[in-house]
Design a binder for this molecule. Structure first.
Ligand code: ADP
Length: 378
């Protein structure tokens, strides 16, 4: 079994120790529901079984403590001197709001935040996290730029409303993420119409939302559209995001779908990093070998044991930040099926089928023990 350190990294080099993926939630202006989206996305990911942290660096309106009903200040650990996050609704929270003087004029907050941001995320005892959601300040100015430069983000989401100006806003928001080399996972259109709770009629208060136009303009999909619903504000004000307060509510279910879409977008990014996809996947049961021909003319070859050993599923990988090789006696591959345009799901004779191998992952593990890449590369 290879040493963990010699295995492929699950998501590149760890940028914050123990944190596997960092996703920023941004918006070009305030009041569009960015913090609401960040909060509910965090709860939805937690309810899917992930370990989730939420860092609120929205200095102009740090609303996360209110949305999660947290009033006590976090404390530094005497031994490590790291600040312990506060846990609520299954999410580990930290907010700039805990450290900002309410009386400080907004004009001071920028410079204060710029110096604080550098220590903020690294000074927190996040522990092992699958996802850290970062609630950025609105706008496209220095603070979000500085922050994004400090922590290489895995991806960013732009929140907007479907007003006419929103398209210009979303373009600026996307440009800001691009400036700091953060891949855009997609756009969330919030307050997209009003669904009458009595008669079920939909009223598009701000005009129809140009989902396709947005997608075409910034080259990223619309991941979700949420209508205006009084329950969102009520639950947020009462200290529990709707996804935690009312999990059966249609909006809460829509947030679960957003969590899935974010997962998928991150998986697809890994595939895109390679810019190649399998043209054919051939199994040789006698030799116990899988051979993949890729669209960039590379051929990779894997023993069944190697492929099974690097299974990326949560059961096999646990929550370690470094990939784990799982030894299985005489594994036999019995099937494969495509997942979206970014991965294949492998079925093993012992019934194990939770491993979704992104194309990027298949290319990464080809370089490690028990797979046989080098000799078979074109
Ligand atoms: P931002 O972070 O962009 O400034 P917030 O998330 O703080 O915006 O939301 C602003 C206000 O709008 C909050 O009172 C919030 O509860 C409310 N809100 C957000 N999204 C919705 C929605 N879909 N329906 C109803 N109210 C919403």
């Amino acid at each position: 079994m290879p040493e963990a350190a010699s295995g492929p990294a699950v998501s590149g080099p760890p940028r914050l120790e123990g944190v596997r993926r960092i996703v920023a939630v941004s918006s070009a202006k305030g009041g569009v529901g960015k913090s609401t989206v960040a909060a509910n996305l965090a709860v939805a990911l937690a309810s899917r079984g992930y370990r989730v942290g939420l860092a609120d660096v929205d200095i102009y309106g740090p609303s996360i403590p209110i949305m999660f009903g947290v009033s006590e200040l976090p404390h530094p650990d005497a031994a490590t001197r790291l600040i312990e996050p506060v846990e609520s609704c299954g999410v580990r929270l930290m907010s700039m709001g805990f450290f900002l003087d309410d009386q400080a004029p907004v004009v001071w907050r920028g410079p204060m935040a710029m110096s604080a941001t550098k220590q903020f995320l690294r000074g927190v005892a996040w522990g092992e996290l699958d996802y850290l959601i970062v609630d950025l300040p609105p706008g496209t100015g220095d603070v979000p730029l500085t922050l994004a430069q400090e922590i290489p983000l895995d991806g960013g989401i732009v929140v907007t409303t479907p007003q006419d100006v929103a398209l210009a806003d979303v373009t600026r928001g996307a440009a800001m993420l691009r400036r700091v080399s953060t891949p855009i996972l997609g756009v969330v259109v919030n307050m997209a119409g009003y669904l009458c709770p009595t008669c079920g009629t939909r009223d598009d208060l701000f005009g129809t939302h140009p989902a396709e136009q947005i997608a075409r303009t910034i080259g990223a999909p619309v991941l979700a559209q949420f209508p205006i619903d009084a329950r969102v504000r009520e639950t947020g004000d009462a200290g529990r995001p709707i996804t935690a307060a009312d999990p059966e509510h249609p909006l809460s279910r829509a947030y679960l779908a957003l969590a899935e879409a974010v997962e998928e977008a991150l998986g697809k990014l890994r595939a895109d990093l390679y810019g190649a996809e399998p043209v054919s996947i051939d199994r040789d049961d006698t030799a116990g070998v899988v051979r993949i021909h890729w669209s960039d003319a590379v051929v990779t070859e894997y023993t069944y044991a190697g492929l099974r050993g690097w299974c990326p599923c949560a059961v096999c990988q646990g929550h370690a930040s470094q990939a784990r090789f799982v030894e299985v006696e005489d594994p036999r591959l019995v099937g494969d099926e495509g997942v979206g345009r970014y991965a294949v799901r492998l079925h093993w004779a012992d019934g194990h089928d939770t491993g979704i191998y992104s194309y990027g992952w298949l290319r990464e593990i080809a370089d490690f023990a028990e797979c046989r890449p080098a000799s078979s590369r074109a």
